[in-house]
Design a binder for this molecule. Structure first.
Ligand SMILES: *[C@@H]1O[C@H](CO)[C@@H](O)[C@H](O)[C@H]1NC(C)=O
Ligand SMILES: *[C@@H]1O[C@H](CO)[C@@H](O)[C@H](O)[C@H]1NC(C)=O
Ligand SMILES: *[C@@H]1O[C@H](CO)[C@@H](O)[C@H](O)[C@H]1NC(C)=O
Ligand SMILES: *[C@@H]1O[C@H](CO)[C@@H](O)[C@H](O)[C@H]1NC(C)=O
Length: 792
């Protein structure tokens, strides 16, 4: 008796040890710089600023010409070498050499894997640091409000919680390498149309100052619960810089918007870093400085900088505010110890190391299996040996790797265009990878990448021996910074290509290489379209990734980060052609909108298939109490850094822990992404459900794992516009554990109550059912350990 109890205890201790080693290694494998705290960094910045002349201080508020896209004045007498600012969110961008073209934001989001969020950020951070860049102009965190928005590919999809989690780990990944992250574009920059319309094409400086931008008109609740949410997450993570956007918010340009900069960002979120303008987004000098803008970029507009000398002398702006601007500019530099041992600037330095490995992992993990009739996928290398490959998106562009940045984009797409584009040093297209696979397994492969040659395509079906061939049709959709998409259809008549192939080939599999939403209705229901894979914007390891998925070297597990609608009008939001973009849908965006109007989408937000199956059981919910429950400290351990901004940390305190078991009930290794959707009491005026938790769980066949979701104070609150506070509504909350936003996919559900009187959270009773479940859980755990280490 005593012996067996001792054994149990030893096993539990052993299990916890293994668990902590595994988890610990995953999260901490990259070395981190030893940062300072904000308070320490501010004091150092204050001492520095006290030694500057008025003119030096003023000049530092504006960018200068230099080696980078943005440069801050060096002060050589104080041994300050200046600062370099550089794009982009998916790697070190611009016309430079030797940087990795990473899978884009929309791809990392589709992995739903926090571990990958962090490791991607860390790899990108290493490249910025290695080249000597101080401020990385990323992450890009605008919400996919409009399916046609040209920059959706750089961001993290349509849900603020999912985007917020991405940002949190991206910021930590970058800043753990000592590089300042810049949260952009602040705020409500959800379209490119009319973002900066200038009086003439010449774009002389006076013209630029007269450019007009649309106004995003947003109510307070929507601002807090959707658009500010991810920025709040990045501030909580400790982001050093925020970039204000081209557009206006409620009639005032964001870079001179007191409400947006001073009130929301600096007061409410207690952001201690600096606000820089997007390039050319500053419209006024003194007014912007007073509203909260700290640095004017690129700075050649003569609005701030030297011009502020006169303004300070005239007392239009206090010297105290001027000091504050420079302290804010330099605090992140000291915070991340860039004043010590930072690499010299060399943008072409080769810093790529073995980042292709993490890049390939992300590209693969972000691929989404949408349709798989009769398990046509994965292919079996011994039986499936005949392949037709169609579409220009299967091979390389005839313009080379630079074409990702231009409007002509015939080949496979690795990233979208604009300042976010990183020209790959190399990139592997799907056709190349399929040919290599074919060499190894003796496939017969025929391909046609000129997708307008319908004669050749029609003739191909007469090829001898190919009657039962698999037909892979590659289609794509591209977009860029600077303008929005015209429609939601594939490039170069991609729909027609699919229809033509599907009219002759019973095994048509479509691979969708798209920046964001695409309308699939022209072919998705055709009986011969038996497989659809969403390959997204996968970066330079595209070919390797898609082949891994097709042949089950990797079991797909990505999930959609936006809803795919049947009709474009079903989204309920669109690009405004005028100078007003009215966010009239309020908080009812994407799946929240589809729920409200009961619209059936083609594929739900959060959806994605696997080659295996999963089952769910034993849902528990407990209050994340102090002391007796260690959730709080465990949760914090992984999220806290010295540079974390703890000013608003009460909102991020865990209040509930929800646990359940996921089992891989199929035959092969794979992953599932359980998603927690929360339903609020009526007072909160929330959508029917909102995403408040997720985790990507990887399991071998037959394996089970306990999954834990944390609900924080903020997660269960709504923004109360009358008292301007995050408020917990009393009443009953519903918790749904689901595998997509489709209510039919809900696997487990429960509720919890918050008391009317004191809004205390009622603890769940320790029922005999719970005791039994805990016993079952412990027994299973011990059985697993025994099995694994053959102890018995
Ligand atoms: C500040 O900028 C002005 C205008 O560009 C320039 O003439 C002046 O030399 C600069 N002063 C310092 C200290 O950098
Ligand atoms: C190949 O196909 C045949 C006929 O469909 C099937 O019986 C066999 O199991 C397949 N081979 C493999 C390795 O899957
Ligand atoms: C190709 O075949 C389809 C039907 O399968 C037909 O509609 C189309 O006209 C053909 N195109 C050419 C150029 O022959
Ligand atoms: C917001 O707070 C006020 C004042 O505390 C309260 O009266 C009101 O019920 C709350 N909820 C809403 C939705 O306004």
């Amino acid at each position: 008796m005593i012996g067996s109890r001792l054994f149990v205890i030893m096993m539990v201790v052993f299990f916890l040890f293994i668990f902590s080693v595994v988890v610990g290694l995953n999260w901490n494998e990259d070395p981190k710089i030893a940062s300072k705290t904000w308070e320490e960094a501010i004091s150092i910045a204050e001492i520095f600023v006290a030694q500057l002349t008025l003119e030096e201080k003023c000049n530092m508020t504006s960018g200068i010409h230099g080696p980078c896209i943005g440069n801050v004045l060096p002060i050589s007498r104080l041994n300050f070498k200046g600062l370099c600012f550089r794009d982009s969110p998916s790697g070190v961008g611009g016309k430079i050499l030797h940087s990795t073209a990473f899978a884009a934001g929309i791809q990392i989001a589709a992995t739903w894997d926090r571990n990958l969020f962090y490791r991607r950020g860390a790899a990108i951070g290493k490249e910025f640091r290695g080249k000597g860049v101080h401020f990385a102009l990323d992450p890009m965190m605008n919400i996919d409000r409009n399916a046609r928005y040209g920059r959706n590919w750089e961001g993290f999809g349509s849900d603020p919680y999912l985007a917020g989690e991405n940002l949190f780990y991206y910021v930590q990944g970058i800043q753990d390498q000592g590089v300042v992250a810049t949260a952009k574009h602040y705020i409500c920059n959800e379209q490119e149309t009319n973002r900066l319309v200038c009086p003439s094409d010449s774009q002389s400086q006076s013209d630029l100052n007269n450019c007009r931008a649309y106004s995003a008109n947003v109510d307070d609740k929507t601002m807090h619960e959707i658009y500010l949410w991810p920025f709040a997450s990045s501030v909580a993570a400790g982001v050093g810089s925020v970039m204000c956007s081209y557009n206006q918010v409620n009639g005032t340009p964001t870079c001179q918007n007191d409400k947006i900069l001073n009130k929301l960002l600096k007061e409410e979120l207690q952001f201690l870093g600096n606000v820089m303008s997007d390039w050319g987004a500053t419209k006024t000098g003194v007014q912007s400085a007073l509203a909260g803008l700290d640095v004017d970029m690129a700075g050649d507009d003569d609005l701030m900088g030297f011009n502020l000398v006169q303004a300070v002398k005239n007392r239009m702006i206090t010297e105290e505010r001027l000091d504050d601007m420079i302290i804010r500019l330099l605090t992140p530099y000291y915070l991340l110890r860039q004043d010590q041992e930072y690499p010299s600037l060399n943008l072409d330095r080769n810093v790529m190391e073995d980042h292709y490995k993490i890049n390939r992992e992300i590209a693969t993990a972000g691929i989404i299996l949408l349709k798989n009739t009769n398990n046509i996928l994965p292919f079996d290398v011994t039986n499936d040996t005949y392949y037709f490959i169609y579409g220009s998106a299967a091979g390389q562009s005839d313009e080379g790797f630079g074409s990702g940045g231009s409007a002509k984009h015939s080949g496979a797409l690795y990233q979208g265009g604009g300042s976010g584009f990183v020209q790959p040093t190399y990139a592997i297209d799907p056709l190349t990878s399929l040919l290599i696979k074919g060499r190894d397994f003796h496939f017969q492969i025929r391909y046609i990448t000129n997708q307008n040659d319908y004669v050749a395509i029609n003739n191909s079906f007469n090829a001898r021996g190919f009657a039962a061939a698999k037909c892979l049709v590659f289609i794509s959709a591209w977009s860029s910074e600077g303008f929005d998409r015209n429609d939601l259809h594939a490039l170069n008549n991609g729909d027609e290509l699919v229809q033509t192939v599907a009219s002759r080939c019973a095994n048509t599999i479509v691979i969708v290489n798209s920046v964001s939403q695409l309308n699939l209705e022209g072919w998705i229901d055709l009986p011969n379209v038996v497989g659809v894979i969403w390959s997204g914007m996968p970066g330079s390891e595209y070919g390797s990734a898609i082949v891994d998925v097709l042949f089950e070297n990797y079991n797909p597990g990505g999930k959609l980060v936006f809803t795919l609608a049947k009709k474009n009008s079903d989204y309920g939001t669109d690009i405004s052609p005028t100078y007003h973009s009215n966010y009239n849908e309020g908080v009812f965006l994407d799946y929240r909108h589809f729920d409200k109007y009961n619209i059936l989408p083609r594929y739900y937000f959060g959806y994605g298939l696997s080659y295996t199956t999963f089952s769910f059981s034993e849902l528990h919910i407990v209050k994340a109490g102090k002391g007796k429950h260690k959730v709080s400290s465990y949760y914090r351990q992984h999220r806290i850094r010295p540079y974390t901004n703890i000013a608003t940390s009460k909102l991020y305190e865990p209040v509930y822990e929800i646990t359940f078991t996921v089992t891989n009930s199929g035959e092969v290794y794979g992953s599932e992404v359980p998603q927690l959707y929360l339903g609020f009491p009526a007072e909160a005026e929330e959508p029917a459900k909102v995403l408040r938790g997720f985790e990507r769980v990887y399991l071998v066949a037959g394996q089970s794992k306990r999954v834990s979701f944390i609900l924080t104070q903020k997660d269960i609150s709504y923004w109360n516009v009358s008292n301007q506070k995050w408020t917990v509504a009393p009443g009953t909350y519903s918790v749904w554990i689901s595998t997509s936003a489709n209510n039919d996919d809900v696997k487990l559900q429960t509720t919890f109550n918050i008391d009317w009187q004191n809004k205390k959270i009622r603890k769940e009773k320790f029922t005999s059912q719970n005791r039994k479940n805990i016993r079952i859980f412990l027994c299973e755990m011990i059985k697993n350990i025994e099995k694994r280490f053959s102890l018995c």
